[in-house]
Design a protein around this ligand. Structure first.
Ligand code: ZN
Ligand code: ZN
Length: 427
């Protein structure tokens, strides 16, 4: 085999093996792991961050072993998740209590001084209230009538994982996807990041939809909303109770009175965080399994590989942005560049060599749970999918359907591509 423009051959400075690599990517040695992780992130500073990482690592390692052996799957929630829910309900109960107390003071002290105290309590309760999500303001938002074929596919996948479809699809520029609810009626929102969606095959897209909708059927969205809103409420408490810096005598007295409640709030926040840490990691494995059920184990594993190289996608997009800024493609109109953006991204992603996938898997194994404490490392998610018996797809999409969905997303593709070229790609 001849040396292509990108291929480099060198001798490993550590073990002396021949390394054949692709110069566009990190050149590393598969024999001794030389240079496998040159951009190792700094260890987090501060005791809370470090103990959080240690806890994530401990729990993550045990959980991965359990998941791989097929265990711990019968119940959708474990004890930690239930405790987090109870904790969150108590926090919101406290807000309700403050509200009730405020109303009582206003009624009983009508026209007098207690009424002012009541109003103050109501203002406090208002700042502690759980917030309902809203639809994203920037970027395309699709309803069923805008994209009937996409919504029909989402319905099919939802049925396969045991839930109903979504009410709205938002399209954005993240290499990610996500689900949440919004408004009083708890409508369902699916957010599709085009840089991820575009580089997936039809089967991998079903795996992605299966994973995200799996968070609905496992109750993670309801659970997550409840816990996150409680966390916000606690953060507000902590802010009000925090000791003052350079206090005046009055402030000092207030700080002394508030010190124990403040510590208590901080303790509850830390506990809630720990409990959630466990629950969210577990939820990801369970959602992965549903992704496999919808799209086949094979497609779900392929999705993990795509997620593994998302940094490469970010690099490609940033390169596109800087080319646009330098105006090196003036011969083409900006719209033409926007149109070609996704195709160029797909071509780049398809050319990532297997050695780069393998390197990133080894990086994941070395860094362990230290990078992102809420998500299990991708290589473990991949291993857990492969550890249990492979399943065949429940939902299959033909070429026709894929094309029709592509047409429905055409406007969003152009809009988001222009948005990336105009505003830049974050990171
Ligand atoms: Zn070596
Ligand atoms: Zn997830």
């Amino acid at each position: 085999m001849g040396i292509t423009a990108d291929e480099t051959v060198q001798v490993c400075p550590q073990c002396g093996s021949d390394i054949r690599g692709d110069a566009r990517f990190t050149v590393w040695c598969a024999a001794c792991d030389w240079n496998v992780d040159p951009q190792k992130p700094e260890a987090e500073h501060g005791l809370p961050a470090r103990t959080r990482q240690a806890a994530a690592h401990r729990y993550g390692a045990r959980l991965a072993a359990d998941m791989a052996s097929g265990g711990e799957l019968r119940a959708r929630r474990d004890v930690a998740a239930v405790l987090a829910c109870v904790c969150a309900v108590l926090v919101h109960g406290l807000t309700l209590l403050v509200t009730a107390l405020g109303i009582r003071w206003i009624i009983s002290g009508w026209g007098g001084v207690p009424m002012a105290g009541g109003l103050l309590l109501l203002a406090l309760a208002w700042s502690l209230r759980p917030r309902l999500g809203t639809l994203p303001q920037d970027g395309p938002v699709l309803h069923r009538a805008d994209a009937p074929e996409l919504f029909a596919l989402i319905d099919d996948v939802a049925e396969a994982v045991g839930t109903r479809g979504v009410d709205t699809v938002a399209v954005d520029a993240d290499i990610n996807a996500g689900v949440t609810t919004y408004g009083l009626r708890r409508r369902r929102l699916l957010t599709l990041g085009l840089p991820l969606w575009e580089v997936l095959t039809p089967a991998q897209r079903i795996a992605l939809l299966g994973h995200e909708l799996g968070h609905f059927s496992n109750g993670d969205v309801r659970h997550g909303t409840l816990v996150a809103s409680a966390h916000r409420s606690l953060a507000a408490w902590a802010y009000y109770l925090a000791p003052a810096h350079n206090p005046s005598p009055v402030q000092f007295f207030v700080s002394v009175v508030c010190f124990v409640p403040w510590l208590l709030v901080r303790g509850v926040m830390l506990t809630l965080d720990r409990l959630t840490l466990r629950a969210t990691q577990r939820a990801e494995y369970l959602a992965d399994r549903l992704a496999g059920r919808a799209a086949s184990t094979e497609a779900a594993v392929q999705l993990m590989d795509r997620l593994l190289i998302s940094d490469s996608a970010a690099t490609v997009l940033r390169r596109e942005v800087s080319r646009q800024a330098r105006g090196s493609h003036r011969t083409q109109g900006a719209d033409d560049r926007a149109h070609g953006l996704w195709d160029r991204l797909v071509t780049s992603m398809d050319s990532v060599p297997e050695a780069e996938y393998e390197r990133l898997r080894r990086v994941g194994a070395r860094r362990g749970h230290s990078v992102d404490a809420t998500h299990p490392p991708t290589h473990l998610r991949r291993a857990c999918l492969l550890a249990v018996e492979s399943v065949a797809p429940t939902v299959v999409v033909g070429e026709d359907r894929t094309r029709r969905i592509g047409v429905e997303l055409a406007d969003a593709r152009t809009l988001v591509a222009r948005q990336i070229l105009r505003d830049g790609f974050p990171g």
